[in-house]
Design a protein around this ligand. Structure first.
Ligand code: ATP
Ligand code: MG
Length: 149
């Protein structure tokens, strides 16, 4: 990303186990992107990606920081958590695979579709994980236009 381009940045902390705030960061991100004038299709994709990443932190990790960076051309989201990590990333990326508990499934989570959905909605997607330390997602979504000025 060229240094000259204007970039809007914001950080969102997320706490593991905090189901009371489920989706709060994703919701804020969605509203921010709308305010910045990002096109609605891009806002929709970013909101899905942010929501699924946030929920995975709430369900599986201890804590995380979601770093949002918005330029006229793209929305970047980095979600780095401290937590158990993912022992088999290929398996975790498989549609339908989930280690969600019975309680989580009762709340409607655990379809095993979060990570595949993130990948589908991102133009660039990278996942790195270290067992016993945590997981990091790097996501880029290209916009379809330009921020209104
Ligand atoms: N941040 C994370 N830390 C540790 N494990 C994770 C993390 N994110 C995902 N996983 C593991 O990968 C699996 C698949 O994640 P995915 O988001 O695709 O499905 P899910 O969260 O189980 O269900 P859904 O997202 O459909 O509610 C999870 O069940 C969990 O075992
Ligand atoms: Mg999930």
């Amino acid at each position: 990303m060229p240094a000259a381009e204007s970039v809007f940045r914001r950080e969102f902390p997320v706490k593991g186990g905090d189901f009371a705030k489920a989706g709060a960061a994703a919701c804020e991100i969605k509203e921010l992107l709308k305010e910045l004038g990002i096109d609605s299709a891009t806002v929709r994709r970013a909101a899905i990606v942010a929501y699924e990443a946030e929920m995975n932190v709430i369900m599986y990790a201890r804590e995380a920081r979601m770093d949002l960076a918005v330029s006229p051309d793209e929305v970047r989201l980095v979600v780095a958590d401290r937590g158990p990590g993912i022992p088999d990333i290929e398996l975790a990326m498989t549609e339908g695979y989930s280690t969600a508990t019975a309680e989580m499934r009762e709340l409607g989570f655990g379809a095993g579709m979060g990570l595949p959905n993130i990948k589908r909605n991102a133009d660039v997607f990278a996942i790195d994980s270290e067992v016993g330390r945590g997981t990091r997602l790097d996501i880029i979504i290209r916009t379809n236009g330009h921020i209104k000025s």
